[in-house]
Design a protein around this ligand. Structure first.
Ligand code: FPP
Length: 234
């Protein structure tokens, strides 16, 4: 039996379908999704979860229609600018993972500001994946190591782990994906090696504490083996 996960990762899916079902533009789904996410940061922390990582924008999401991309970027801009106060009040540390160099300069700057302002906070460690792809993260990490002069012929698991964007953060114990899809979609490819997966039927904008409780209950009843045998199975 597992307790509450230490690290929860979520693929926020279904904003568009949620909006369409209500006859609203797709962006209305993203706006509601961002609000749900803010509430969820407090809810997960109150459950005892210490690290929370979400997939907000993938390296492939640039292929969406230009108006949707720009609406999402504006939502992220607003989030980075407006959440410093709330993060400080909740003692929350925020880190953005992904290729930040591919973002507009003003967004890049407000991310740096938010990360810097909250880096000493000791409550929830909230990671937002933005312009993020798991393969891209691994390639950037290997390049970084090569540029630093490391001998790649002797590269170890832990050296590569520490060169990733998620450096210093333990691997997710539980991954939740909403809205019925059962794919990994290039999210945390390295870090999810031994995570438990949970697929929720509801769209992200409908996700709430009761849905989270169902996922945690499922997680806590599983036996984790990490490739070996669980206690008592030998
Ligand atoms: C997936 O729904 C969701 C996204 C691509 C964006 C997720 C972003 C947010 C919840 C808001 C911004 C985040 C922060 C940190 C403020 P979809 O559009 O793929 O839905 P669909 O599969 O139904 O079309």
């Amino acid at each position: 039996m597992n307790a509450v996960p230490t690290h929860l990762a979520v693929i926020l899916d279904g904003n568009g379908r949620w909006a369409k079902k209500k006859g609203l533009p797709r962006n209305a789904g993203h706006v509601k999704g961002a609000r749900v996410l803010e509430d969820m940061c407090e809810i997960v922390y109150n459950k005892g979860i210490k690290y929370f990582t979400v997939y907000a924008f993938s390296t492939e999401n640039w292929n969406r229609p230009a108006d949707e991309v720009s609406a999402l970027m504006n939502l992220l801009r607003d989030y980075m600018k407006n959440s410093v106060k709330r993060a400080m009040k909740n003692n929350m540390r925020v880190r953005v993972i992904g290729d930040k160099t591919g973002l507009d300069k003003d967004l890049f700057d407000s991310i740096e500001e938010l990360e810097k302002a909250t880096e000493g906070n000791t409550g929830l460690f909230f990671q937002i994946a933005l312009n993020y792809g798991g393969r891209d993260e691994i390639v950037r990490a290997v390049r970084k190591l090569a540029q630093s002069g490391a001998d790649l012929t002797k590269l170890t698991d832990s050296e590569l782990n520490e060169a990733l964007d998620t450096s210093g953060v333990p691997d997710p114990d539980l991954l939740i994906r909403t809205c019925g899809e059962e794919r990994i979609s290039n999210f945390l490819l390295w870090q999810l090696a031994y995570s438990e997966f949970y697929f929720a039927d509801c769209a992200w904008p409908d996700f709430n504490e009761a849905e989270l409780d169902k996922a945690i209950e499922s997680y806590s009843s599983r036996t984790r083996r990490f490739g070996g045998l669980a206690e008592g199975e030998a």
